[in-house]
Design a protein around this ligand. Structure first.
Ligand SMILES: [Zn+2]
Ligand SMILES: [Zn+2]
Length: 368
């Protein structure tokens, strides 16, 4: 007997987003895991998909099930599953490897560095997501989450993106042939990635500034202050003159996705500093900047600007460590990143309303 369940799906050809009634998945593979989805975080990527700017259904299907920021409970495991058992809490990695034997990163388990572009992404690109009551996955792509993190573990997927950016930036800073002194960090943007980024920089010992559009004294600036960081609003200080009041930075984490801000970031660096870009700007955007001056600084000051996307298993593991640290350093502020928790029936509406920081869809485990 095949039971039915609901899922939120986008139909790109029909330009519609709707709840669909589909059969519950059944465990088939020896290394397969049946998941009862508990929570799914929503983000700008989902908003782009429901605006039909991004995202594609699995081959042969006219619809894509949304949801890539998952938290799930293991319900059943295949006979060859070794690391997980029913009742375990897990977060699923988003990107899955391309099939090409010559793609070294994918073959090494790091599809976040895929060189062919033929990877898939759960809930985004050619693979269904987790905005559904039950889902299947393979043990290989599931990361076990410590139970005490259950309240905030839905933040692990976006935090894995931040964790990768920080790991990569620190690897670049590690190239310096001297012991650096106290480090100063700047976060551009105060969305979920920016605020998680600020927490990560503080946890790594950076004296941290967050620069964003929201006014001083608003909820986001209060949250930033509660972490022990400074907040500067774009309304009161143009980016070009920011360092006149704050000084220059060793590490800049960009989470805005607006080309002029991204292009201007390197001008705020101290000598030997690093900019990590995580935002995805629209193509064709023009920026009125002094390109010669920016390139001159990169060379004469040994600076590095790099982009980073997605995350590998080691980044998810470092995200778990960081989240545990956040829950020790600033538990209330970490919980406050999750603004609303609503049922699946309200997911589509939550995606169109842009209030709060991180909105989460809650899915109940059905009684057997
Ligand atoms: Zn996301
Ligand atoms: Zn690949």
């Amino acid at each position: 007997m095949n039971r039915r369940m609901q899922a939120l799906a986008v139909f790109p050809a029909k330009k519609s987003v709707q709840l669909v009634d589909i059969p519950e998945p059944q465990l088939q593979d020896a290394t397969g895991v049946l998941l009862g989805v508990r929570e799914v975080g929503l983000c700008g990527t989902d908003r782009e998909i429901i605006s039909f700017e991004h995202g594609s259904p699995p081959p042969g299907s006219d619809r894509l099930i949304l949801g890539h920021e998952s938290l799930a409970e293991v319900v059943e495991v295949g006979p060859s599953v070794r690391r997980l058992s029913p009742g375990d809490l897990v977060v699923a990695m988003v990107r899955r490897p391309c099939p090409h034997p010559e793609c070294r990163p994918c073959r090494a388990g790091r599809s976040d560095f895929c060189v062919t572009g033929h990877f898939t992404e759960r809930g985004i690109k050619e693979a269904d997501g987790f905005l559904t009551e039950y889902a299947l996955d393979d043990e290989e792509y599931l990361v076990k989450v410590p139970k005490p993190l259950v309240d905030v573990a839905v933040l692990l997927e976006p935090l894995s993106v931040v964790a990768k950016a920080v790991v990569q930036a620190r690897a670049i800073l590690d190239r310096l042939p001297y012991e650096p002194g106290p480090q100063r960090g700047l976060v551009l943007g105060a969305g979920p990635i920016g605020l998680l980024g600020a927490m990560a920089l503080i946890a790594h010992g950076y004296e941290t500034v967050v620069y964003s559009r929201e006014p001083e004294g608003g909820d986001k600036s209060k949250l930033v202050h509660s972490l022990g960081a400074s907040y500067v609003s774009a309304a009161s200080q143009p980016l070009e003159t920011l360092t006149e009041t704050t000084g220059e930075f060793d590490l800049i984490l960009e989470a805005v996705g607006f080309a002029p801000v991204m292009m201007a970031a390197s001008r705020l660096l101290r000598a030997n500093g690093v900019v990590a870009l995580t935002g995805i700007p629209a193509e064709g955007a023009a920026a009125d900047i002094d390109v010669g001056g920016a390139l001159r600084d990169l060379v004469l000051k040994n600076q590095v600007v790099f982009g980073t996307v997605n995350a590998g298993r080691s980044d998810f593991l470092s995200a778990i460590q960081q989240l545990e640290q956040f829950m020790t350093l600033f538990p209330e502020s970490t919980r406050k990143l999750i603004t609303h928790r609503r049922p699946l029936s309200e997911a589509a509406r939550m995606l169109t309303q842009r209030d709060g920081i991180k909105n989460v869809v809650q899915l109940g485990l059905r009684e057997a």
